[in-house]
Write a protein that binds this ligand. Sequence first.
Ligand SMILES: C[S@@+](CC[C@H](N)C(=O)[O-])C[C@H]1O[C@@H](n2cnc3c(N)ncnc32)[C@H](O)[C@@H]1O
Length: 217
Amino acid sequence: MTTWSDRAEAYRESPTHREGPDLDLVVEWCDPGEGVKALDVATGGGHVARRLREEGCSVVTLDPSPGMQPDVIASAETIPFEDSSFDVVVSRIAPHHFEDVGAAFAEMARVSKRLVVIEDTLYSSDRQEEAEKLRDPTHVRNYTEDEWRTFLTAAGLEVEQVEYFEKTHPLEAWLARTGCMGAEAERVRELLADRMTADGSAWIDTKLIIRARKTGS
Ligand SMILES: C[S@@+](CC[C@H](N)C(=O)[O-])C[C@H]1O[C@@H](n2cnc3c(N)ncnc32)[C@H](O)[C@@H]1O
């Protein structure tokens, strides 16, 4: 996980990670408040954790990359907590990096008492997948809403709410965050041609936010 550790500062500072209506909704759907215990899985720059703490939650951050300075260094596929340890388990803009998303969501459901909230990029095309992998080799895959529903149901969760957001990514900063340059960056631009803004300075993807409840809670 040295790749991610090297990028830690870039992800702490990234405007598209630090703020936005998508982050606001993720926080709202966690039902935050005094005494609420939350686990932020794949915390990265810690933006969800920061916002939940501001709302009075007691938050544990988890990430396999030491450079992200999480409270617990572990992957989503093996979460070192007892069953039902948290009121809410959240993971934002990260599951597309998980090697085994089914195992990760089984673990997230297991350690949650009530809620699991996720935000991730929606699958749109194989061209976008190729571009994202080229720009960042740690990209595994984006999923459709149907695939998400299947993962969450298999993990013993009931989907309560789903919302979509369009997110605009200034291209140069987005490429620079993962050190993508030269011919590879050119190929990424070609692959994303149908997602570019009119002036070509940014591209747009769709984020999916899902709130799911542990069956029977
Ligand atoms: C884009 S960042 C997360 C962004 C952050 N959640 C936010 O809201 O700004 C992706 C993170 O996923 C982490 N990650 C990669 N593979 C993982 C895995 N298998 N389990 C948990 N975290 C993982 C990386 O270390 C990195 O910190």
